[in-house]
Design a binder for this molecule. Sequence first.
Ligand SMILES: Cc1ncc(COP(=O)(O)O)c(C=O)c1O
Length: 373
Amino acid sequence: MPADTESAPRILRPTRAEIRLSAVRENLKKLGKAAAPARLLFVVKANAYGHGATWLARLAEREKLAWGFGVSSVEEGLALRASGLKSPVLVLGSLYPFESFVEAINSDLIVTIASLDAAGQVIEAARKLGKQAVCHIKLETGMGRIGARKPAVLKIYDELSASGAVSVAGMYTHLSSADTDAEYTAAQLSIFSETAAGLEARGARGLILHAANSCAAVNFPDSRMGMVRCGIAAYGLAEGFEPAMSIKTSVVFVKNVREGAYVSYNKSFRAGRPMKIATIPAGYGDGYLRRFSNKADVLIGGLRCRVLGNVTMDMTMVDVTAVKDAAVGAEAVLLGRQGSEEITAGELADIAETINYEIVTLVSARVPRVCIE
Ligand SMILES: Cc1ncc(COP(=O)(O)O)c(C=O)c1O
């Protein structure tokens, strides 16, 4: 039975995303062991990739499964603080507008500094508040997103350390291709080590050095250094880990149609024979992509049932001709297991020509997340 819900206090519509805490717990333990002695930063940005950031961060803090949390924005960090979390929180994005530094320092968020401009701004904000700011410097090694190159990193370090207002606690980079290109990853890591040596030569001591995402943490021991930043594996969407999210609903309507009947907008499916069709209350308004039209399967009665016609905003039609007891109220699984069948985020991602990250992150806010132990 559901133990808790993060939104929608009274749920009537049966569509929900179930999040198995035990899966996240085991995944974090496994990552922690693989990374040790490096610490673990649990990346919970974008509402924990759609899984619900608050309760997963609470679980990790309560059971000491991670050193701290990675978020993308000050807002996400403030939300964790508002829910009482005390662990270190690193804001992985570049802060703008610069007033954000004040909010971040006030709430003890660790900020990322990726330019000399930002370094000047964080010093000013810390002085204005009369409170020491803590930052990690971000190095560009080949991701091409945010980050300063080596000479700028050294200057940023000098400026921040000389200010007395900001403590530099770490330096990091982001690996762009750890899952696809070992050579490029090695080249990124080599730029990183050179820069770390440059910082050490300037007197930097005890910095937390980090580069690894989930894939690198598991496959590139050299990338682990002082900390690994794991998202996708914690949610069980990397090989060897247990998926935490299932999306379930119930059939709300069943009908028999004759050969030649059309289903959904623009006659996007035509029955080639008499069929039994179920309607489920989930559609692209829930993040169940229109790309799944006529291609994805839904599990009902333990069988794979093909989506028929276009997925609509709130409802999707499914072929239940082969399902014996297909009736209103029957459980339908859009993502996850039912009996011996399983629909994975990877399978849905292939259909939509995207990655499993996007499938779970796009589950919309109107889908209640139900947490189960
Ligand atoms: C800067 C940074 N670090 C770590 C991660 C975690 O990556 P993954 O989910 O592949 O473990 C991300 C996610 O995109 C990220 O942007």
